[in-house]
Design a protein around this ligand. Structure first.
Ligand SMILES: Nc1ncnc2c1ncn2[C@@H]1O[C@H](COP(=O)(O)OP(=O)(O)O)[C@@H](O)[C@H]1O
Ligand SMILES: [Mg+2]
Length: 326
């Protein structure tokens, strides 16, 4: 059998000439992974290609990456390579079967001050720990990077420093700060553009964690009233689709935060529900509901996960970050 021509970059895919290549690159399609995860409609409109050509390029990319049916033993083998990032609390890690999983989307939802932003900061820091310590690093922290999309202006580098100091045997806070890229999103369009941008450098910079804090706040503020609800959900859906593609293509852990809104028709149980309804709910493999308890204590609950048992863990928010409740 003749040896296949080795394909390293998207210009080696069939049907992708120089002008198409330029258009694709300008739109963030820079890797074989991004083409494999694209739809025919997307690729043909962005790259000005015929649908057949787009289809061929996508199929070729999928073949290279093995995006077809897989046997379950191979899936299990791949899943073994996914890592879990410690939350900083052993009890919460146990609830999550080891921590926050790379290659999947985790939603943190809860009221104002429930600890969503703190936990998101903590995961960013902990990703820089060595694998054996609950991080994602094999040799040196500068082999990975983390992206934080801040929509509410609540990202604080000072918190990163305090949280990193806790792991002083393994981390230098300055090194961690240098490897976290922060994008401040001022509206939902801007937020979507920033997420699109991530695909440009995800592979090269080995992005292990992407935080979108908050996923829904801009959407909620901009689309007020029942009449615009469908439009909002459509836009949010497209945004989440981009996140799912990033997750599947680059095996990063994606953390999104979400507020809760009152459910006035609920008389029993907890009368709050995450914003964005089913669209957000179905996108996240793991949903963690956070709520306040006494003082700095917070209660976390895993909600409808395919793998994890439902249960609760209590942790504390401290200057040093997320720790077990004492
Ligand atoms: N430097 C700190 N030291 C200790 N606790 C802090 C510190 N900064 C914030 N917190 C805790 O985090 C809480 C805010 O949590 P946050 O993650 O911002 O909530 P959310 O994002 O869910 O609205 C504060 O009420 C406080 O309990
Ligand atoms: Mg917050």
């Amino acid at each position: 059998m003749a040896k296949k021509k080795e394909v390293k970059s998207i210009e080696d895919l069939p049907g992708i000439g120089p002008s198409t290549l330029k258009k694709l690159q300008e739109n963030g399609y820079t890797t074989i992974e991004s083409i494999a995860a694209a739809t025919v409609a997307e690729l043909s409109s962005i790259g000005s290609l015929g649908e057949k050509t787009a289809q061929k390029a996508i199929e070729a990319a999928r073949q290279i990456l093995g995006f077809t049916f897989e046997t379950a033993d191979l899936i299990l083998e791949k899943r073994r390579q996914l890592v879990r990032i410690t939350t900083g609390s052993g009890d919460l890690d146990n609830l999550l079967d080891g921590g926050i999983e790379t290659g999947s989307i985790t939603e943190l939802y809860g009221e104002f001050r429930a600890g969503k932003t703190q936990l998101a900061h903590q995961i960013c820091v902990n990703a820089f720990l060595p694998l054996e310590q609950g991080g994602t690093v094999k040799e040196s922290p500068d082999e990975i990077s983390v992206v934080y999309i801040d929509t509410e202006g609540t990202f604080r580098p000072e918190r990163i420093v305090s949280m990193a100091k806790r792991w002083e045997d393994f981390l230098n806070p300055q090194d961690v700060l240098k490897r976290i890229k922060v994008g401040r999103a001022f509206n939902s369009d801007h937020q979507m553009v920033l997420v699109d941008e991530v695909s440009r450098f995800a592979k090269e910079e080995n992005v292990k964690v992407l935080v979108v804090d908050s996923l829904t706040a801009h959407f909620r503020a901009e689309f007020v009233g029942r009449g615009t609800l469908a439009e909002r959900q459509q836009k949010l859906n497209s945004h989440i689709h981009t996140l799912q593609k990033l997750c599947a293509s680059y095996h990063m852990a994606i953390i999104v935060t979400n507020q809760v809104h009152a459910k006035p028709d609920m008389f029993f149980g907890d009368p709050t529900a995450p914003v964005g309804g089913h669209i957000v709910g179905h996108a996240a493999q793991t949903r963690i509901y956070l709520r306040k308890s006494k003082g700095e204590r917070r209660i976390s609950r895993v909600v409808d996960s395919p793998l994890l048992a439902e249960g609760e863990a209590v942790f504390m928010l401290t200057e040093q970050g997320i720790v077990d409740a004492t």
